[in-house]
Write a protein that binds this ligand. Structure first.
Ligand SMILES: *Cc1c(COP(=O)(O)O)cnc(C)c1O
Length: 399
């Protein structure tokens, strides 16, 4: 699967990586909306099914458009191979099904995506998999919670919505010591700003729904890593369990990848400007953004990432949890330009109240452990003019 474009820079790989042409010679990548593929003979069908012969069989297993998306994303992440999934959560579930069995223990950052916490704490626990949630930003906490039966280490860096970083060097070192699979959710940085595989991480997962699409259109996910893991461990799970990516969504995502480096650079820059402005607002108690020198892990961010990313969270000043929620909701209801939606990674700036949306299903205790207070507001900065975004927030603060 090595693409001839591997020798090129990121921007070039984003535009040209993974492209394969049919015999029609189309310039833009073709959309193969087909559930199944036709064989020339019964013998060929048998050889394809058994895996003796390469080729497409059925779109639950693989599809040419999906394959092009996988190849392009692999070229960007510097991965040997990639498999696409129906969503980011499907990617995480598939990795768990491929690596875990009853009796195993998982170490997971407490600051990961809400549904990821739910998956480990409520779903996988029913199948005999035990998870310890640790302070993702504290390497000592990971080590202290490790057990001989720890099989999987899972982190999201930077995390949603508090933008805490996990030190990838320490994370990989612990994983190797335990002989456990290390998995990084690279959703917030994307390969344009962070490449965990370069640090020795075993597996990267993506919610392609966010920045990889970039325009809030489709759901998708991906798992990237060494070929042996992807082909021998993960593919059988996808074939059997079926959380596969639709060819249509893959085609949309292929187009999204073309502008990824450009968007990430522009949105990161805008977010840096907005974060600095927010830190000066009298109603704001604290800003969470790894591009600000006030961020406790500013130096780690400089070392580990090529940019801070485009999500900015901030805490409002207030007296009590009720007061904080009222103030946060009033601010959100006051914006005119930004969209009130929990999605992120869009070209349009979005604003949300994590405590009552993305993290609303967590127990109050789990929310507290994750540091999601009632006064917390999250903004995913898009491609609008930063001056307009500041004006929008300024008039909302005024009210
Ligand atoms: C959205 C998100 C997911 C889940 O992705 P879906 O495509 O919605 O299933 C996982 N991790 C992070 C960090 C996310 O933001």
């Amino acid at each position: 699967m090595t693409s001839p474009t591997d020798q090129y820079d990121l921007a070039t790989r984003a535009v040209r990586g993974g492209t394969e042409r049919s015999h029609f010679g189309e310039h833009s990548e073709a959309l193969f909306l087909t559930s199944s593929f036709v064989f020339e003979t019964a013998e060929q069908a048998a050889a394809r099914f058994s895996g003796e012969q390469d080729g497409f069989v059925y779109s639950r297993f693989s599809n040419p458009t999906v394959r092009m998306f996988e190849q392009r994303l692999a070229a960007l992440e510097g991965a040997e191979d990639c498999l696409a999934t129906a969503s980011g959560m499907a990617a995480i579930l598939a990795v768990c099904l491929a690596t875990l069995r009853a009796g195993d223990h998982v170490l997971c950052g407490a600051n990961v995506f809400g549904a990821t916490v739910q998956l480990f704490s409520s779903l996988l626990s029913r199948f005999g998999v035990e998870t310890s949630f640790v302070d993702g930003a504290d390497p000592a906490a990971w080590r202290a919670a490790a057990m001989p039966r720890t099989r999987l280490l899972f982190c999201e860096t930077p995390s949603n919505p508090l933008m805490e970083l996990t030190d990838l060097r320490a994370f990989v070192a612990l994983g190797r010591e335990l002989g456990a699979t290390t998995v990084v959710d690279n959703c917030f940085c994307t390969p344009a700003l962070q490449r965990p595989l370069d640090f020795g991480v075993d597996v990267v997962i993506h919610s392609a729904t966010k920045y990889l699409d970039g325009q809030g259109r489709v759901l998708g996910g991906a798992v990237l890593g060494r070929r042996a893991f992807i082909r021998d461990e993960l593919l059988p799970v996808l074939r059997t369990a079926g959380p596969s990516l639709s060819p249509f969504n893959a085609w949309v995502l292929l187009k999204g990848l073309e502008t990824l480096p450009l968007r990430m650079r522009a949105q990161s820059q805008a977010a840096t400007e907005l974060a600095a402005w927010l830190a000066e607002q009298p109603a704001v108690k604290r800003v969470y953004f790894p591009g600000l020198p006030s961020h406790p892990q500013f130096e780690l961010a400089q070392r580990q990432q090529f940019g801070p990313g485009a999500v900015v969270s901030f805490e409002l000043k207030g007296a009590s949890p009720e007061d904080l929620r009222r103030r946060a909701w009033r601010l959100i209801d006051g914006v005119r330009l930004m969209s009130i939606t929990a999605n992120l990674g869009d070209t349009r700036t979005t604003i949300t109240h994590p405590a009552t949306t993305t993290h609303g299903r967590l127990s109050a205790q789990a929310r507290e452990r994750a540091g999601i207070t009632e006064g917390l507001v999250r903004i995913s900065v898009g491609l609008e003019s930063v001056a307009d975004l500041k004006r929008d927030l300024a008039q909302a603060f005024e009210r």
